[in-house]
Each structure stands twice: as structure tokens, then as C-alpha cells.
Write a protein that binds this ligand. Structure first.
Ligand code: PLP
Length: 429
């Protein structure tokens, strides 16, 4: 569809801009203070897990299949917590460590361990010269922040509707031994919402990295976060590895952050027996044992995978109207303008929006002026550098439906105004 502003005569364009500026002035006068920035559950969602808080009473039995809850011990996590995590990810509980409340924390520690201790008997990454990580973009800013912090070079890589550009992944991973890892969110990716196709997963499992200490960081943060019945099906990467007779290639992470309470849940990692033994050894230096009261509460509350799915269906009932509203408002407001595209995910926490080239920073700045906070433009790219300055991450979960509706109305005006201004500026050279 062609850009309506580019099709207008200059007089029509001037008038459209004046009209949009008037609308922006009216919005500014309302003194709004709305937030569509971070992917957090709403209070309504976290309230779903309040009954969990009543499960740990003073007379509760503080052991789990013989493992102590009230004292140090069970460094890999409580047996029933490891079982729950293993069932959720479809892996062997013997290869699962449940530790801490943040999966990002486990990813961080795995990177630092590889940097300082090395993987699989190889020299520490840091002793091998420059280290590079592949960053499918747009992607998750906090992933990129971990590798950036430790001086690893973040290499952006295109995302396609079926996952990262696998031709590029294969070329770089198989041709360059300084490429030591790749950040992946394989289901309902942050922020595009896409789920990797079976072929993509199989191509990951079939990788023959130039570096023996290369690992795929498979962050399955949205593993059960379907919005609609019959959500996307992600092929189990460990099954794909087994099909290929491959091992020692993938670290998979997940957590209950967006199942129960972000920052007060269970985080877990699974990997091959060799890899998990290395991570176990690293974690044993970093912490004596995990916080098992939290684990006990979670397994009592969620019980099993069916229990998690039932709980997530309640989240979905709260989230669906928000995601539907995003599609409705963007289609109504921008569908005929030919200036933008956006994703329509079937799960996860985000909608990824592509505006005209050179528009994202200006839209985000204008939105701030109009009283709506968005994720910073560029945040979805390594070093905050979106080459086309076109991607904006929309996070619809946290605001109330009314606030979200207001914020989206403002967004439509901001996108139209910036698009019209860009069309005029292009004409003026
Ligand atoms: C892809 C992804 N991974 C990890 C996290 C954070 O998870 P945790 O709270 O378990 O560290 C988020 C949160 O937004 C996320 O989007």
C-alpha cells in the first residue's frame, strides 16, 4: 500500500500536518501520563497468583521428596521443582537446574562462566581474543546488554517470519570461531512475537560451529504464554538435537516470571549432561543453594504442566482484549495510511511496529511530549542502533484497557504526524 502522505499535493500535505498538529496540541493539553514501555504483567494478572501466598503456613512440611526446604541443600533445586520445569520444557529432570528467580540472571552467569572459565575444557572466551555474539534483531535489549557489558561484540542479524536468517547464522557460526553464542527467543519472540519454524529449529540443531565452545542461548521465556487456544507449537530443540545425534550445543532458559510474580519466582536452565555439569560447578561457587521456599510454594500452587496451562489460560483471558485492542486501533488508525506495518502475535508480551525509515526516534520523543512513555527507539537493536530507525516495541500488558486505548489513540496521531512531516521534508530535500 502506498504512503498517503507521499501521494498528497504539497498543499494537502501542509493541511494534513496542521490538522495533526492541532490534534497533538489537544492531547498535550490533557496532561496524560501513560506507560506502554515495559513487558510487565498487570496487577490483575499478578493477583491471579495471590492464593499461592497462602500455601506456606507455619505448619507446612518443609521437605520435598526428602530434600530439605528449611536449610541449605538440594543445590539443583527441589526435586518436584526440577520435575515441573523439566515437564514444561520437555526434557530430562536430571539435566535441569532450578535456581534463583530470574532467568536473565542465569544467562548472565552462564556468559560470565564461559568468559572466565571456558566451556568444555576450552580456554576461557576472554583468553581467546575478540568474542562475538549474534543478536537477531529486533530482539531483547537486556540480552544485548549482558554481552555488551562484558566487551563481547554484538552482531545484529535479520529476523524473518520463521526466525533468525538461518543462512547468515550458518555462515557466521560455521565460518568464524570468534562467534561464541547467539541470543534466541524461540517462541513468541521479544518483540516480534514470532515462533521459530520447525525448519529453523532443525537448522539450529544441525549447526557445526567453527568454535567448539559456541552455545545457543535459547531463552524460552514465553514457553506457555499463548493468547489463543491452540497456540504456536515450537519444536523441542533437545528432540531436534537428538534426531541429529548432536549434543553440547544449547543452553535453554525459562522462568515463572510471567506465570506468577516477576522477580519472585523460579528460574531454570537445561542443557546436555556435560554442559549442565559445568553450570552446576559454576553455580556451586556462586550460591550455596537456591531459595527453596519459593520453589515449594510454586510446585504446590502450579502442581504440574496442566496446572500451569490452566493458570496461563486465566492470564490469556486478561491479555487477549489488550492485544485485540492494539490490532483494532492500529488497523482503524493506520490501516489505510500505508506508513506502517505491525505484528499480530498469538502469544508473548509484545507487538513489534515498523514505521517509516527515520521515524522511530521522532515518534517516541513526540509520544513522551504527549504524555505516553514507550520503549526507547533503538532499544531492540544492539547498541541501541536501529539502522533504519523504524522499529518500536509496543508493550500492551501493563496498562489498564482504558489507558491502553488512550495511549494507542495518541500513538496513531504521533505516527501520522511524523510520517506526514517526513514526507514533506523529503519533498523539500
Ligand atoms: C525474552 C525474555 N527473557 C527473559 C526475561 C526476564 O525473565 P526473568 O525475570 O526470568 O529474568 C524477559 C522479560 O521481559 C524476556 O522478555
Amino acid at each position: 500500500m502506498s504512503n498517503v502522505y507521499e501521494e498528497m499535493t504539497t498543499a494537502e500535505l501542509d493541511e494534513a500536518i496542521r490538522d495533526l498538529e492541532e490534534q497533538a496540541d489537544e492531547i498535550r493539553a490533557r496532561g496524560l501520563s501513560l506507560d506502554m514501555a515495559r513487558g510487565k504483567p498487570s496487577a490483575e494478572q499478578t493477583d491471579l497468583s495471590r492464593p499461592m501466598l497462602d500455601l506456606l503456613t507455619g505448619d507446612v512440611e518443609l521437605s520435598d521428596q526428602g530434600a530439605p526446604v528449611a536449610n541449605y541443600g538440594a543445590p539443583d533445586g527441589l526435586p518436584s521443582a526440577r520435575r515441573l520445569a523439566a515437564d514444561l520444557l520437555g526434557v530430562d529432570a536430571a539435566n535441569v537446574i532450578v535456581n534463583g528467580s530470574s532467568s536473565l540472571n542465569l544467562m548472565h552467569d552462564a556468559v560470565v562462566n564461559a568468559l572466565t572459565q571456558g566451556i568444555g575444557g576450552n580456554r576461557p572466551w576472554i583468553a581467546q581474543g575478540p568474542v562475538r555474539f549474534l543478536c537477531p534483531s529486533p530482539g531483547y535489549d537486556r540480552h544485548f546488554a549482558i554481552t555488551e557489558r562484558y566487551g563481547i561484540e554484538n552482531v545484529p542479524l535479520a529476523m524473518t517470519p520463521t526466525g533468525p536468517d538461518m543462512d547468515e547464522v550458518e555462515r557466521l557460526v560455521q565460518g568464524d570461531a570468534s562467534v561464541k553464542g547467539i541470543w534466541c527467543v524461540p517462541k513468541y519472540a521479544n518483540p516480534t512475537g514470532i515462533t521459530y519454524s520447525d525448519e529453523t529449529v532443525r537448522r539450529f540443531a544441525a549447526l557445526r560451529p567453527a568454535a567448539p565452545d559456541f552455545r545457543v542461548f535459547w531463552d524460552n521465556a514465553y514457553v506457555v504464554h499463548d493468547l489463543y487456544d491452540g497456540g504456536d507449537q515450537l519444536l523441542n530443540i533437545f528432540d531436534a538435537l537428538a534426531e541429529q545425534g548432536r549434543t553440547n550445543l544449547v543452553y535453554e532458559f525459562a522462568s515463572t516470571a510471567k506465570v506468577t510474580f516477576p522477580s519472585s519466582g523460579m528460574a531454570f536452565v537445561t542443557a546436555s549432561p556435560d554442559d549442565i555439569a559445568e553450570l552446576r560447578a559454576a553455580f556451586s561457587i556462586m550460591r550455596v543453594s537456591p531459595e527453596k521456599l519459593t520453589q515449594l510454594a510454586h510446585v504446590r500452587f502450579l502442581r504440574d504442566v496442566d496446572g500451569i496451562r490452566a493458570h496461563m489460560a486465566r492470564h490469556a483471558a486478561i491479555l487477549r482484549p489488550r492485544f485485540d485492542l492494539v490490532q483494532e486501533k492500529l488497523t482503524q488508525g493506520l490501516g489505510d495510511a500505508g506508513v506502517a506495518t505491525w505484528t499480530n502475535p498469538r502469544g508473548g508480551y509484545f507487538v513489534s511496529f515498523e514505521g517509516p525509515h527515520g521515524s522511530a526516534k521522532r515518534i517516541v520523543a513526540l509520544m513522551r511530549e504527549l504524555g505516553v512513555t514507550l520503549t526507547g527507539a533503538g532499544a531492540t537493536w544492539p547498541y541501541g542502533a536501529d539502522p533504519l530507525d523504524s522499529n518500536i516495541r509496543i508493550a500492551p500488558t501493563f496498562p489498564s484497557l482504558e489507558s491502553l486505548s488512550d495511549a494507542l489513540d495518541v500513538f496513531v496521531v504521533a505516527v501520522r504526524l511524523v510520517s506526514a512531516q517526513l514526507a514533506l521534508e523529503a519533498r523539500q530535500g
